[in-house]
Design a binder for this molecule. Sequence first.
Ligand code: PHE
Length: 340
Amino acid sequence: MLAKLQTLEQNSLVQISVLTSEASLIDLRNAILGKNGSLTELLKGVKDLSDEDKKTIGKAINECKIRMTAAFEAQLAVIKNRLIADRLANEFEDVTTPVSEDTGNHLHPITRTLMKVEDSFKRMGFDCYESNEVTTEYWNFDSLNIPKTHPARDMQDTFWLEGTGNVLATQTSSMQNIIMKSKGAPIKAIISGRVFRNEDIDATHENTFYQVEGMVIDRDITLANLKYTLRTMLSDIFGREVSIRMRPGYFPFVEPGVEVDFSCPFCSGTGCKICKKSGWIEFMGAGLIHPNVLREWGIDPDEYTGFAFGFGLNRLVMIEYSIPDMRYFQNPNLAFLKQF
Ligand code: PHE
């Protein structure tokens, strides 16, 4: 029996040492050390031996089992290390390889224009923030001087999140009080992000679009500061001087409120297709921040005044690139994107 054991051990050790996959190693282990494995079978035979033999042979088999188990484990480690070494050799990526200049990839036009808009405002001393997409009824409406029963709530068809008191932000103005609360006055802030409205979709209306909000609070701020700021930014974007025109407008969180148009940068005001022959492009809502809104965050309206404005970024990009339909922005159509 001892001779049988020796042969089994020698053969098994050779077999183990040539295996290269984890699965075949496990198969072999079962065939030797498993319930009906060859070594286990030898062990079963021990009970029929004399007491003397039981001792010596039983001990020999157990020692053999320990050596074989160690051999299996050692070979498993060899296989695993070889796998890691293979992966390191084959999957190596040289992150220092210079990137080809022309990858064919580029930023989305909305991102690109937003970066230009933010750059322009940063040069004027503004800090830039991102807008929250989910907000509360309080930030979106109440804190902006639009109480529950106010008809102005109907100006923006809202996506209400059931049972939570939360809404999908309908306007970046929903960030005004959040910024005021955390930064205090004086402040110069630009806030951009996606807003959502339950709109009927057509070429100029989307349920999801980007807005850029501006907010300045300081001593002696007037509509003249608003006009200068907007003229500077728009002239930067279009690379030529534009003028600003203001008409009365109504937004509950500003007083006075204005609608802002800018002179058509394509025909310099003489009338073309883009400005629908009017020489002016209707662009945004703005105004001086309502005293109630300032008071909401403990800013004294007798000490500070401020202006705020909000415009649709999609619309600016559409004007910039003569894009005829707002629905292109939400549509992952490469033919559209590749033009930029
Ligand atoms: N939040 C307004 C809108 O979405 C725009 C606006 C912003 C008007 C700031 C006045 C001041 O229509």
